[in-house]
Design a protein around this ligand. Structure first.
Ligand code: ADP
Ligand code: MG
Length: 476
């Protein structure tokens, strides 16, 4: 049994009570590590450490170029330990190991580097011409950032908070998801190894409601709260932070459409929409879980998705051949099962897929015949399940795609450039992919309309969130 502890004030810590909980490997369904169970006391200690590091430590006064050097070193160490971080994510939540050690861990290091470079090169406006005054602005670190992250991409989520928060000079208390705690502790140790001073990156493990998460979100001692997770948890957390007027960044759920027009390249559109639906077992906030196919290609799209679904190898996430591991938790597995069980009664047909008995594996699942009001068409399933629906006109598909309480991402496939622009304008989502899926650039805004969240991440947006803007007026 491996052990995972808090990182507070630069050291590995157990909880004051000695309490622990287990994290389960979703493939074997056996506990693989024992985790320190933090509560209010550990949260308070971590916030105090972060406050001291901000107010008194070298971090707060460090020239930006030095801070940036440390963040590049942190990124180097993340790259060095990518295999170990990937292993931790695989054991914690079942992500195929090959997935994590490839593109997405490299992407994580670049997340640290690009925010650091943005901070290094950033300027701030001056306001000339105001008579006998010199007026300029500056951006100052906000202070102590509380970060609460989900289990679906543990390393990526932690780094997406640490990168901009640290780049802009803040200190951090991170509470990773209780289902996938391991990588966060390792990341905090790597930051220390890189030379980031003690107390700048703290990690407290524990649960959400009524526990460590709630203690962190409701603390008057934090200056920012950044969260990624479900819409319900985001709303709860936002209300806690509002009591002390703490600004929040909430990245919540989605129900992304993938629209395939008759003029699309099927060789591109079908595999891309399969990837959008099935990657990470559908446990992505940007998953494309609703496919709309124009009538002339509807049958071809359905056939193609079924073929794709059957070709994805499902199994042991440590096996390099595996493209889909298990769902992350028994709870998530039961939830996805619940959606699948309702489909026949709602008039739908499961053409391929479903759960594999004796574990938490779900094969890529293709569903047709559902009306737009069906629960599987409206709620975020967070499983490898795609619902395919035909449409006739552009107006009709825009209405269908936008008929959702979410608005995080959308993709569409067409060879018609004018139509691509029209779709980009008319789809109510924070990111619209045309003839592609999943491409992110850390400089570009990322975030959701409506119940998909509050605020945006991405270079300038991250600066706005993680800093205080100040105006200075100097009389001549
Ligand atoms: P899931 O993706 O399983 O739905 P959640 O969105 O519930 O996960 O949780 C995402 C993160 O938010 C986790 O770290 C969890 O512990 C935390 N969390 C959930 N609810 C609350 C809450 N009411 N207060 C503070 N933290 C919470
Ligand atoms: Mg687990």
């Amino acid at each position: 049994m491996e052990r995972i502890r808090h990182v507070i004030d630069g050291g590995l810590k157990d909880s004051a009570t000695g309490a622990t909980f287990m994290t389960t490997n979703p493939y074997t369904r056996e506990p693989w590590a024992e985790v320190a169970l933090g509560g209010e006391r550990e949260v308070r200690a971590a916030i105090d450490a972060a406050r001291r590091a901000f107010d008194e430590g070298p971090w707060g006064r460090m020239p930006v170029a030095e801070r940036v050097t440390l963040l590049h070193r942190f990124a180097d160490l993340l790259e060095r330990d990518a295999p170990e971080l990937s292993r931790m994510d695989t054991l914690d939540m079942g992500k195929p190991y090959g997935d994590g050690s490839g593109a997405d861990v490299a992407g994580n290091a670049s997340h640290l580097r690009e925010h650091a470079e943005h901070a290094r090169l950033a300027t701030a406006p001056t306001f000339p011409g105001n008579g006998r005054h010199h007026i300029f602005s500056q951006y100052e670190a906000a202070g102590v950032v509380a970060a609460i992250t989900p289990w679906n991409l543990p390393v990526l989520m932690a780094v997406s908070k640490l990168g901009p928060a640290l780049a802009w000079g803040n200190t951090v208390v991170l509470k990773p998801a209780e289902q996938s705690p391991a990588a966060a502790t390792r990341l905090a140790l790597l930051a220390l190894e890189a030379g980031v001073p003690p107390g700048v990156v703290n990690v407290v493990h524990g649960f959400g409601p009524g526990a460590a998460g709630e203690a962190l979100a409701s603390s008057p001692g934090i200056d920012r709260l950044t969260f990624t997770g479900s819409t319900a948890a985001g709303a709860a957390i936002g209300m806690l932070a509002a009591r002390h007027l703490v600004p929040v960044l909430l990245e919540c759920g989605g129900k992304g459409p993938s629209i395939i027009f008759a003029d699309a390249d099927p060789e591109l559109a079908i595999p891309m929409s399969a990837m959008a639906a099935f990657a990470n077992s559908g446990q992505l906030c940007v998953a494309g879980s609703r496919v709309y196919a124009q009538r002339p290609v509807y049958e071809e799209v359905v056939r193609g998705l079924v073929e794709q679904a059957r070709a994805w190898v499902v199994g042991d996430p440590m096996d390099p051949a595996t493209r889909l591991g298990p769902l992350a938790t028994g709870e998530q597995f039961a939830r996805v099962q619940g959606f699948l069980e309702e489909i026949p009664a709602a008039g739908g047909t499961i053409l391929t897929g479903g759960a594999i008995p004796g574990g938490w594996l779900v094969r890529p699942t293709v569903v047709t015949g559902l009306a737009p009001g069906a629960r599987a068409c409206r709620e975020e399933i967070f499983g490898p399940v795609v619902v395919v629906t035909p449409f006739d006109t552009d107006d009709e598909v825009v209405a269908l795609a936008n008929d959702t309480e979410f608005g995080l991402s959308a993709s569409c496939f067409t060879r018609d450039r004018g139509r691509a622009h029209e779709m980009a304008d008319r789809l109510r989502a924070g990111i619209v992919w045309v003839n592609t899926f999943g491409v992110r650039d850390w400089r570009a805004p990322f975030g959701g309309y409506r119940r998909s969240g509050v605020g945006r991440e991405g270079a300038e947006h991250s600066r706005a969130f993680y800093t205080e803007a100040k105006t200075v007026v100097l009389g001549y």
